[in-house]
Design a protein around this ligand. Structure first.
Ligand code: ADP
Ligand code: MG
Length: 267
């Protein structure tokens, strides 16, 4: 089982969009996929067509109990054959009150999600993190094998990425096994000179860590708004191109999860 946390302390860069795109791409090829939404905004939950979930990830974060996440797994509301749809651990706005409570645990509550994940059986797990580096995101990073940094090619994106990479390094040092980067996913790449400039800055700073980009497209927004994967938007202009970009990104992420962290080929 490969567990990938999608992170950036900035909101609106596309963590949720890329989570849904990768989950759609993975599930469509028969990869057994789970999306864990740990953002109280619950955008991945609604993007997956789950409304009023009977149970959320908060159940698993409330106590330290191995395997408890199994009780929280729901079917996504996306249409299609069950074997080719991702499963979901939902979030809800109520999760926002969990973070201050986690901070009160005298033994530290960084790895509740990791413990809760024990014994689950999926091929790929994507964790959609909130836009902060608080205890929810830290739980996501402790539970993951790989961190996938999502960024837009905007002003000072390179500085924001540097800050996350420092956090990933610090968490890696506190774990039994290292936490490596799956890479940097550049999302919402536009055709403007400005976007190209900041994209180039990222490529120069991080070279081979920069993964194939996802371009800015109305079809991507539409898919989320309709709670559909972009892979199911049919002949809508740009949908096939966006789906192909998520497929290409998924291939690189899967490749990264197969490289031994800290090994000679590790990133
Ligand atoms: N590739 C894209 N093309 C067009 N719009 C996008 C793209 N990726 C994200 N967006 C839009 O940008 C906004 C923020 O994306 P979101 O995934 O919610 O970011 P985050 O999860 O990092 O806060 C959303 O309205 C989303 O529809
Ligand atoms: Mg989000």
């Amino acid at each position: 089982m490969a567990v990938v946390a999608l992170v950036n302390q900035k909101g609106g860069v596309g963590k949720t969009t890329v989570t849904l795109g990768l989950a759609g791409a993975a599930a469509a090829t028969g990869i057994r996929t789970l999306v864990i939404d740990i953002d109280p905004q619950a955008n991945a939950t609604s993007g997956l067509g789950v409304w009023d979930p009977p149970i959320t990830v908060d159940h698993a974060l409330a106590e330290e109990r191995p395997g408890s996440l199994r009780e929280c797994v729901l079917a996504s509301g996306w249409p299609g054959a069950a074997g080719r749809l991702p499963m979901v651990v939902a979030s809800s706005p109520a999760l926002a009150s969990r973070e201050p409570q986690l901070a009160l645990d005298p033994l530290g509550a960084q790895d509740r999600l990791r413990v809760a994940l024990e014994g689950l059986d999926f091929d790929m797990v994507f964790i959609d993190c909130p836009p902060s580096l608080g205890l929810l995101t830290i739980n996501g990073l402790f539970a993951a094998d790989r961190a996938l940094v999502v960024t837009e090619p905007g002003a000072w994106a390179t500085d924001g990425v540097a800050q996350i990479i420092r956090t990933v390094d610090r968490i890696s040092q506190r774990r039994r096994d290292p936490l490596a980067l799956a890479g940097i996913a550049v999302n919402r790449l536009g055709r403007t000179r400005d976007a190209q400039y900041w994209y180039q800055q990222l490529c120069e700073a991080y070279s081979e860590l920069v993964l194939p980009p996802v371009h800015m497209r109305a079809a991507v927004v539409e898919a989320t708004a309709q709670s559909l994967p972009v892979h199911m938007l049919g002949t809508r202009p740009g949908a096939a191109e966006a789906a192909a970009e998520f497929d290409a990104l998924l291939r690189r992420v899967v490749q990264a999860t197969r490289t031994r962290p800290g090994g000679p080929d590790g990133v």
